[in-house]
Ligand binder design. Structure first.
Ligand code: DAV
Length: 367
């Protein structure tokens, strides 16, 4: 049967079809420049790599399966990736690394814009082949939907020229990191276009893209040329010493309302388009936890990494009580989802999903 399978223009229209990641065979990859720059200096992950402990994989899968079932019970079609062997090295003519990462989180790899799903370049060597986990689904959508556009951004070479050697020192210190990120001096260079899909937020005709560790200016320029009918806006958040992925920093909930991480506020000179169009940018509630769970790349701000089901309904992680309370005050119905024990696999509720279908069309929210 021929039908529209892929359609999603923003982060909030009613969600009907989504991909939820899997924790199977996830690895902590060996050291490499861009990944190291993100691991906090006091992290329990420094200096170790290999397959994640089986009991943590099983627990994360249990939570991801439950999340998928919760979505299905609300009428959302849920697809899952087909894990490749992540213990295999990633080797190209340009680099070699001993293991891969996993098939979490899909949001980092797949960018859905209208009827297109674009595989991001990625910026870590260990994630170069990660798109293969999603290829069975891409083939299925291609067969089912005559208008589906399956696209792949140019695979980067990821030689040492892609990374600033200054970032490779063991102990840079948070103060210096903050100075560097304020100056937009990030670990990635401008050697070639680089972006992770999770640095992009979709607001209909406008795409808002974070310039940081995982996405460089050439990556943003590539996105601009690739989507000629969109306006593409580069943003950066100077308060973040490890800026990767926009979705624990800036979270649109519905037209006119965005949550912003109070430690990573959008600079005044980048607020124009929102202010002119009457959008409110409010500080997100504090996370419920003082520290991330063990072996976790992300910060405690996964509290605001929520999945919007429609402009009145939002999935919030069950232990994130302050975030849930704020959602309630903002007039959103909260769906509690237990996911904290899966945070270590690459993120929260927004990260571990990728949009396939949301109702609605491409609207101009910033005329
Ligand atoms: O705050 O550590 C995590 C984003 C994961 N996709 C953070 C950003």
């Amino acid at each position: 049967m021929q039908k529209t399978v892929v359609n999603s223009w923003n982060e909030w229209d009613p969600l009907k079809h989504v991909i939820v990641g899997r924790a199977d065979d996830c690895h902590i990859p060996p050291e490499e420049p861009a990944l190291d720059a993100k691991v906090p200096e006091d992290s329990d992950m420094r200096g170790q790599w290999g397959r994640r402990p089986q009991e943590t994989i099983d627990r994360a899968n249990e939570l991801l399966d439950n999340f998928a079932a919760q979505l299905e019970a609300r009428g959302v079609r849920v697809d899952r990736p087909t894990p490749i062997d992540h213990s295999l090295p990633a080797t190209t003519p340009d680099f070699h690394t001993e293991s891969q990462f996993g098939c979490m989180p899909p949001r980092d790899v797949l960018l859905t814009v209208g009827s297109e799903i674009l595989e991001a370049t990625m910026s870590y060597r260990c994630r170069w082949f990660e798109y293969l986990n999603y290829r069975p689904l891409m083939q299925q959508y291609f067969n089912e939907d005559p208008n589906f556009r399956h696209e792949c951004a140019p695979k980067p070479r990821l030689t040492d020229a892609d990374y600033h050697p200054d970032y490779l020192s063991e102990k840079i210190g948070v103060e210096k990191r903050l100075k560097w990120t304020a100056e937009k001096f990030f670990v990635t260079t401008e050697e070639e276009p680089l972006f992770d899909a999770a640095d992009v937020l979709r607001f209909g005709r406008d795409l808002v893209v974070q310039h940081g560790f995982t996405t460089n200016l050439k990556g943003i320029e590539w996105i601009r040329r690739h989507f000629p009918d969109h306006r593409v806006h580069a943003v950066n958040f100077p308060g973040d010493p490890y800026p990767i992925h926009i979705d624990a920093t800036f979270t649109p909930l519905r037209p006119g309302l965005i949550l912003n991480n109070p430690q990573r506020r959008l600079p005044e000179d980048q607020r124009g388009m929102f202010e002119k169009n009457g959008w409110e940018i409010v500080d997100a509630a504090q996370p419920a936890h003082n520290a991330p769970p063990p072996l976790c790349y992300s910060s405690t701000w996964l509290s605001m990494n929520v999945l919007v089901l429609d402009p009145k309904t939002v999935c919030v992680e069950k232990s994130e009580v302050y975030q849930a309370e704020q959602m309630d005050k903002l007039g959103m119905e909260v769906v509690e989802v237990e996911l904290r024990d899966a945070y270590a696999f690459g993120g929260g509720l927004h990260c571990c999903t990728a949009d396939v279908y949301r109702e609605g069309t491409c609207e101009d929210y910033f005329p």
